[in-house]
Design a protein around this ligand. Structure first.
Ligand code: DLL
Length: 423
């Protein structure tokens, strides 16, 4: 794999600024954001008043913990535009979550917000090793989902040649990669596996493709999956994180030269980790739920949003901004099986550590009387009992494993559906 480390001279100055400089900028922007939210969004005025707190009470960054948390339920209660802090005619773009599990969550961006979004995604693509003039195959879905259009904004800002292929029509993905010779691909890790299948079906070795880096996110994936994908494509695989409520892709990004967790673009997004039970912040280094406050957003300022993503904050390395550890689970993806907490990524690690299996899997939950049961559906010639033994030893739960022929596990075209709950 090629060394794709960016030239330090091309980084934004804030990426290598001192912690003091970053904190000063954050405090200045945080004060402004709190006032903007309080004065223009009735929800925040009511919530701050109820908590007996006012934007003027913020004197240092630690004071943020005195402000109320915001949840998805708050956003839903203000559907569709109730959380907007500017008149609707100043909103240049709307995105929304899919809403498969309830009302969609609607977010908005002013023209200025779109510029900021483009700049953080451009920074992220550069951190992955992309340079002005490079060709990018963007297979994240275009539409209300922030993946496709968010990456596109950043690719334009960095001056890439973008192929806006979106997800789906998988054989065509292989043809376009072969014919256009992109340097980078942006795609969910699970859909990358579908593309990998299509390479095999076309009789083309993906290691012979032009791809030098894959930029994977929108769903949890493990370092074991990184190794699998890097080996299959002979390219770097780096992690990009984000969520629509905060911006979309480009909230944090792993640097290709270190691959040691994701640098949070802290000049625009202020992170906290809280104890998910008590809501109280925990110190850097401790695991908990990630909470974000936007620092520059105009249309949709967001204060202390509970992401449900579990991770911890770590000091900066390749950049001075803090890192978040790879998100391996969301509190709402956690399966509690007979009292043991299990995340799909833990199953992924066990699967990839057991020889003979394809990297595709789905977890089916059933209930037999009062007992919950978990079955892992996978593919390939691996030994089912070796995998269930490994899961028993590492996670402490008894599961059944079925292994079917190639194609028997449903393929993803975007975010994978890992859990089928038939309880
Ligand atoms: O998934 C934005 C995005 C698009 C990120 C493309 C990266 C690439 P939502 O649809 O709002 O936004 O879903 C956000 O997806 O709270 C996490 O649970 C999960 N997620 C996103 N990125 C990662 C990642 C986009 N790198 C939710 N690792 C988040 C693990 C991720 N989970």
């Amino acid at each position: 794999m090629k060394d794709l480390t960016p030239d330090p001279a091309t980084l934004d100055p804030i990426e290598t600024a001192s912690r003091d400089e970053i904190a000063n900028l954050q405090l200045f922007r945080l004060k402004k954001t709190l006032r903007h939210a309080y004065e223009n969004v009735p929800h925040y005025k009511a919530a701050f008043d109820a908590a007996g707190i006012h934007p003027d009470d913020l004197n240092d960054l630690g004071d943020l913990a005195k402000f109320p948390l915001t949840t998805k339920a708050d956003l839903r209660a203000n559907y569709p535009f109730g959380m907007f802090a500017v008149p609707r005619n100043q909103v240049a773009r709307i995105h929304a979550s899919s809403g498969t599990t309830g009302q969609p969550t609607v977010v908005g961006y002013t023209a200025n917000d779109l510029d900021v979004w483009g700049s953080v995604v451009a920074r992220s693509l550069r951190a992955a090793g992309m340079r002005t003039g490079d060709l990018l195959h963007n297979a994240y879905g275009y539409g209300l989902f922030t993946g496709g259009l968010g990456i596109h904004l950043g690719a334009d800002a960095l001056g890439l040649t973008t192929v806006p292929v979106s997800g789906g029509m998988t054989p065509r993905q292989v043809r376009l990669i072969t014919d256009f010779e992109p340097k980078g691909i942006t795609v969910t890790p699970s859909y990358a596996l579908s593309v990998l299948d299509a390479f095999a079906e076309a009789g083309i070795d993906p290691r012979d493709s032009s791809l030098e880096v894959g930029i994977f996110g929108a769903e949890p994936w493990t370092n074991a999956m990184r190794a699998e994908i890097e080996e299959a494509f002979d390219m770097h695989a780096v992690d990009i994180y984000g969520l629509s409520e905060i911006m979309g892709p480009g909230v944090s990004m792993e640097c290709v030269e270190t691959k040691d967790g994701l640098h949070i673009w802290e000049d625009h997004f202020f992170p906290e980790i809280i104890d998910p039970e008590t809501g109280v912040p925990v110190p850097d280094g401790e695991m908990g739920e990630l909470v974000f406050t936007s620092l520059t957003k105009e249309a949709f300022p967001i204060i202390r949003y509970r992401t449900r993503d579990l991770t911890r904050l770590l000091p900066g390395t390749a950049r001075s901004m803090r890192r978040m550890e790879k998100v391996t689970g969301r509190s709402d993806d956690m399966i509690i099986l007979r009292g043991v907490n299990v995340f799909p990524t833990q199953i992924e690690e066990c699967l990839l550590a057991t020889p003979g299996f394809a990297p595709h899997f789905q977890i089916e939950l059933t209930r037999n009387g009062r007992m919950d049961a978990m079955c892992i559906h996978c593919e390939g010639g691996g030994d089912a009992s070796a995998l269930s033994d490994r899961i028993k030893q590492t996670l402490g739960v008894t599961v059944t494993v079925t292994t079917g022929p190639h194609g028997s596990v449903a393929r993803s075209q975007g975010k994978a559906v890992r859990i089928i709950d038939n309880r």
